[in-house]
Design a protein around this ligand. Structure first.
Ligand SMILES: [Fe+2]
Length: 310
């Protein structure tokens, strides 16, 4: 089935463009793309943009752009969505120009997340360059990264019907962890290329559409350097360094200026569909990924090293 090939870009609506520029460029090490009518863009590779940041009050994800391999595949995908009774509108030239794509269709998933189906996301005029990174970001065939979206009470059957049966995603795995008595995290991870997951869904206690976006770097030292930059800038953290058992990502989670998170990772697993077996795991984290407050308390509670005065 011809479906979505990769995550091309995301569009965020944010209340402070200044804070976001500092966060993206100085802390995460992205490259400033260009100023737009209502914000600016950020690059993580040769593409014209991966994050389109617009000014507004949502402080949330407002669109996800998925690339489809070619015009014929896009037409087939749009036909399939419409045959299933899903409303799909063709984007006009102004929208295509703003997104820097050849063709664009706009629809929505069952949670109401705006989904843009596109072909031909343009390259930038200049090579990617980061003033902060030793290496680069991992994109290519795996797309811009991954994101976790909130189910907001929509049934799994309903959103999988959209993402799997229509967009062509496949299940990677499921994690069900009892975080506290009666409090269960239940996430399902989906892939559309080798990247372990491009999107995941769960019912998490958040009013936002997105929980986090993950950017992956090629050099493990860049995870540590970004961690230090975020800490030195007093950017609030959601979770300290740690690793996930399913995609094996070594990462930390820092809050964006809009209150959702960015996972900054290295070493994510690549799926080979020929041999991949879907599993259900019982832990979200192999180690680490602790709340910063808990880490601070534990470190403060440790006794002074032997032989040193209290
Ligand atoms: Fe993640």
């Amino acid at each position: 089935m011809s479906g979505v090939k990769e995550l091309g870009y995301v569009v965020y609506e944010v209340s402070s463009l200044t804070d976001w520029e500092h966060f993206g460029v100085e802390l995460l090490g992205m490259q400033y793309g260009e100023k737009t009518a209502d914000g600016f863009t950020l690059r993580t590779d040769e593409k014209a943009h991966r994050w389109v940041v617009t000014e507004g009050t949502a402080d949330d994800l407002v669109a996800t752009g998925y690339e489809v391999s070619d015009a014929a595949a896009l037409d087939a995908l749009v036909d399939r969505l419409r045959a299933a009774g899903i409303e799909v509108a063709e984007g006009d030239d102004t929208l295509a120009a703003a997104r820097k794509v050849e063709r664009i269709f706009v629809t929505a998933d069952p949670m109401g997340n705006r989904v843009e189906l596109v072909t031909g996301l343009a390259d930038a005029a200049t090579p990617f360059e980061s003033a902060k990174l030793l290496g680069g970001f991992v994109t290519g065939a795996g797309g811009a990264g991954h994101q976790v979206l909130l189910a907001h009470g929509v049934s799994r059957e309903t959103y999988l019907g959209f993402y799997i049966d229509l967009l062509g995603f496949k299940i990677s795995d499921i994690i069900v962890e009892e975080l506290a008595p009666g409090v269960v995290a239940d996430l399902i991870f989906l892939h559309c290329n080798g990247r372990h997951h491009t999107v995941a869904f769960g019912d998490l206690p958040s009013p936002k559409k997105t929980h986090h976006f993950m950017v992956e770097v090629t050099d493990i030292r860049d995870v540590g350097l970004a961690y230090d930059r975020c800490m030195d800038a007093k950017q609030p953290f959601e979770m300290t360094l740690g690793m996930h058992p399913n995609d094996q990502m070594f990462s930390f989670y820092v809050f964006t200026p809009s209150g959702f998170s960015i996972e900054y990772g290295w070493g994510g697993l690549i799926i080979d569909d020929e041999t991949w077996e879907v599993r259900t795991l019982d832990k979200l984290h192999s180690w680490g990924h602790r709340p910063p407050g808990a880490v601070a308390e534990l470190l403060a509670a440790a006794p002074a090293p032997h032989g040193e005065a209290h």
